[in-house]
Design a protein around this ligand. Structure first.
Ligand code: LIP
Length: 292
């Protein structure tokens, strides 16, 4: 079936569905106190997350009844992506932002075949920005602006000239939290004190939008453990189509699975990607313990 799929038609449907999902998101009026906690008080889900995912699944199934669905709000914990074609969906990525009205929220949709994304759509309804890609056909902002923004991106040279994205995520205890905050500190600390002295650290609160911003070339790297395939599948393709790469958060692993839950995204550049990854890994303060 995957050989006969018209990826442009899939792309066009995902764009339409993402924009309709965006209307549902804008029409909602979430309250901080109305959100439900999942693993803890920072890991939120709202009725909108669930309603949007239900809309997306129903709509996609109508046109593509034989393609599977893997969504944040309906997936069975512990299930992994199979080789079969599947739609991977985060209905509302940045749910904490959503309940606070902080406009870094998006719907992330991807078609994944043999565990590789082949169509990716990320739509932020608050900023009316659409990031999209079809495998082998480039990445675009709003369907017209080719990514990255700079047709001749600067080389990556040193973390001292890098703008990086990291996220606190939901885990705030134990080894994972310790590794995270020690890594953040080392990235920010002055070189003379053993740090990387990055230009700064940004946190949008959305893994998908972090990937999109790395693809645009306005972030140099994004480092996060604990995200899931639905957070990153669309962004992974959008980044890859710009020459960007995705490696492990943990030092030494260059080959990560789409549902591996540990990701470092690196922007496309004529040179310096591997050197910058090695430099970044020297500041990772241990091993993040996230697995598919
Ligand atoms: C969010 C991710 C973000 C992470 C948050 C949360 P959600 O996804 O996009 O990178 O730091 O903890 O997991 O839950 O808003 O779809």
């Amino acid at each position: 079936m995957s050989d006969t799929l018209n990826l442009q038609a899939v792309h066009n449907l995902l764009v339409d569905v993402a924009k309709q999902a965006g209307q549902m998101i804008l029409a909602a009026n979430p309250l901080v106190h109305g959100a439900t906690s999942k693993s803890n008080s920072t890991d939120l889900v709202t009725e909108t997350d669930q309603a949007v995912e239900q809309f997306i699944q129903t709509t996609l199934r109508t046109t593509y009844p034989d393609i599977g669905f893997y969504g944040e709000e309906t997936h069975v914990p512990g299930t992994r992506l199979s080789e079969a074609p599947v739609f991977v969906c985060d209905p509302v990525d940045g749910t904490v932002n959503f309940v606070h009205g902080f406009p870094w929220v998006c719907t992330s949709l991807a078609l994944v075949i043999s565990r590789k994304p082949v169509v990716g759509i990320i739509y932020n309804p608050f900023q009316k920005t659409l990031y999209s890609a079809i495998k082998g056909h480039g990445s675009f902002l709003d369907l017209t602006t080719k990514l990255p923004f700079r047709s001749n991106p600067e080389p990556l040279t040193t973390l001292q000239q890098a703008l990086v994205a990291c996220e606190w995520g939901a885990d705030r205890t134990g080894n994972n939290f310790t590794v995270k905050h020690r890594t953040f500190t080392s990235l920010a600390r002055a070189v003379e004190d053993g740090g990387a002295m990055v230009h700064s650290i940004r946190s949008t609160g959305s893994a998908a939008l972090n990937f999109a911003l790395v693809a645009c070339g306005v972030l140099d790297l994004y480092w996060e453990g604990a995200a899931y395939a639905w957070d990153v599948s669309a962004g992974w393709l959008i980044l890859s189509e710009t020459g960007g790469i995705v490696v492990d958060t943990n030092p030494g692993n260059w080959d990560v699975a789409l549902d591996g839950r540990r990701y470092m995204a690196v922007r496309g550049a004529p040179s310096g990607q591997t050197e910058l990854v090695d430099e970044f890994w020297r500041h990772v303060a241990g091993q993040l313990d996230y697995h598919a």
